[in-house]
Design a protein around this ligand. Sequence first.
Ligand code: COS
Length: 381
Amino acid sequence: MIRDQASFAQLIATLRRFVAGRLVPNEARVSAEDCVPPELIAEMRALGLFGLSIPEDYGGLGLTMEEEALAAIEIGRTSPAFRSVFGTNNGIGSQGIVMDGTPAQKQRWLPRLATGEIIAAFALTEAEAGSDAASLKTTARREGDLYRLNGTKRFITNSPVADIFTLMARTGGEGAGGISAFIVERSSPGLSIGKPERKMGQQGTAIADVVLEDCQVPAGNLIGGVEGQGFKTAMKVLDRGRLHIAAVCVGTAERLIADSLHYAMGRRQFGKPIAEFQLVQAMLAESRTEAYAARCMVIDAARRKDAGEAISTEASCCKLFASEMVGRVADRAVQIHGGAGYIADYGIERFYRDVRLFRIYEGTSQIQQLVIARNMIRDAS
Ligand code: COS
């Protein structure tokens, strides 16, 4: 659903200008320095990018899912490291509070997340609880007006720069029903951040462990004020996040296709541009077709969500197809660029490495397949 065509078109035009004019020229620098420069983060704040999906009542732009998907496609046209700066505030870091927080929690945290004054991260994964999220072991023991948390959260995106964490810990018994969600402040006594990990791609995004040693969290930071609901909160957040990632994949694929076409039309071999050779045309056409299919899926699923439908299956279908699709598109982009595709200065190999993570985070392709098939069986039973 797009609420106001004219003002939304303006937002998309602004995003497109910002991405092309400010982010694309800084891609190589961000990758080399492994950090997004503060002046660009300030520009992201000024544009309202930290609050795209936070409701207007709390100072965000309150985009509908369709609007958010279209915005994510634009943001996907550059290195994913830029999106990570504000992505967790809009998505997995904030949506637990947006969906299940108490009015007081929303009032306390969302306005500052919307402006980018504070950064949020999502802490679910542990060393022994990745795909099997319900087996997490971090404990939260109630003691009067506070909880004491113990455990280690693994590979947490943005944790080195985060001010708050939507963090899942075990308050009760075994399994999903024993898990609760908390808002944990970075400044909480007993919380420390591990060494940032070195990664295959997505340089500029910081990932590290979050260590909780008798970490004290006020009881008022239990999301929704109810124990045992944390796993469901995490799953709802991930459903939404998976659709968002799929939209980002569409944008990245469209960028790589545009770069490949441009290169193929300019690069001459055997006396003519390589774009005139049918084997190159086949690669361009396959990439274009697959990206278009993913775009249609993402927009359809987003419209369904805006219409109030449950989209767990569709979100997983979109994440599965779009993340695998962008992997194939990036592979063909390297191939079309030939030797240049393998050389760092051309930037294509960087995207090839960056997009690999889309098939892993917010649920691997195999987890998406499992969710889709389980939902199919449930719906047919
Ligand atoms: N929305 C709302 N509730 C959901 C849900 C969803 N999408 N998915 C599951 N639930 C609920 C179930 O209905 C069930 O509730 P009841 O106990 O009341 O029936 C509860 O949550 C447990 O669900 P389930 O039994 O399906 O949990 P499982 O442990 O079998 O596994 C998977 C669920 C594998 C789908 C889940 O662990 C998962 O998504 N893993 C991947 C985690 C991930 O993406 N990690 C990336 C980290 S962020 S970068």
